[in-house]
Write a protein that binds this ligand. Sequence first.
Ligand SMILES: NC(=O)c1ccc[n+]([C@@H]2O[C@H](COP(=O)([O-])OP(=O)(O)OC[C@H]3O[C@@H](n4cnc5c(N)ncnc54)[C@H](OP(=O)(O)O)[C@@H]3O)[C@@H](O)[C@H]2O)c1
Length: 334
Amino acid sequence: MKAAIIRSYGAPNVFQVEEFSRPSVGPRDVLIEVHASSVNPVDWKIRSGGQRGAIRYKLPWVLGMDVSGVVAEVGSSVTKFKPGDEVYSSPTHRRSGTYAEWVAIDEDAVALKPKNISHYEAASIPLVGLTAWESLVVKGNLQPGQKVLIQAGSGGVGSIAIQLAKHLGAYVITTCSGRNIELVKSLGADQVIDYTQENFDEVLSDIDLAVDALGGESMFKARKVLKRGGRLAMLRAALPENTKRFGPNLGLLITGWQLVTFILSSRLLYGIKASSILRQCSGEFLNQLTNLIEAGQIKPLVDKVFPLDEIAEAHKYSETGRARGKIVIAVKPE
Ligand SMILES: NC(=O)c1ccc[n+]([C@@H]2O[C@H](COP(=O)([O-])OP(=O)(O)OC[C@H]3O[C@@H](n4cnc5c(N)ncnc54)[C@H](OP(=O)(O)O)[C@@H]3O)[C@@H](O)[C@H]2O)c1
């Protein structure tokens, strides 16, 4: 099969798009013919070697953690899917590999694709949708009428989180630069802070839940605007920076220590429950997102589509930090 492979960690030019062996299909796996994948920032953090303290791949490896496609084969114990089903999924970090023509994924991480959107649009949803679900529903316990701050509302996670938070009945505040204000309003944001003009921690207070996609200083500012008893969903740890500075093992240890001390001090000094977010690769949660998409409550936001051959360009674009919504990788023609 054709796949985008890395044989070493490094810049986007480490990608080689070439023939690679098809994945084997375990008893619980569905083999998916990939129509589209998408780029998530974690992909280039892994590609550059910044996450290797946490996940050690046996190179060569195929990256990619979003897929929409068609089931071609099912393992002997699979009960939920059959060949021909149109599905989407975000496999676990350990079983990434959607920058390819075929991928095998545990059936529990797979769901039927929403019928009202294309494979290209569906591939933009799973990882960011599951992250938004974990942040707002599972860890955030967001209730109608509560105030939620969603940082980087025009990004992949933010654009879905705004729509999900509105569906949950919250008052949604988000941050972005001036060029994206109209976009985030169209997604449902009630209040927008242009971070190039205002510091959100100087204008906000009494927030119930903050979803922090930026990390670093932003986490410290976010906990200042939360009320006592509030929740903070942290999407971004400093593992890539610490790996660069201290190497993979010490970098991982320091990152863990920073997170633990931040979580403890948030609880003890501010009365805030801070949680580090890791999406659950759950087909059940994806089914709930499918329902919301088919009901028109959540719409995918695709910025650009790159063919698999241009995966390096797609990564370069994601690394600018300016994507509006998602960057999709087209594997089969639409
Ligand atoms: N823990 C997890 O499970 C998990 C899951 C998904 C993502 N993440 C992490 O969460 C972060 C966001 O992911 P993503 O996919 O949403 O990224 P993304 O799509 O690349 O985000 C791009 C967006 O960020 C906005 N942005 C950049 N700097 C900003 C700032 N200072 N304030 C407000 N907005 C800003 C940009 O808007 P402007 O152009 O207007 O600045 C752009 O639209 C990444 O670090 C990612 O690795 C973690």
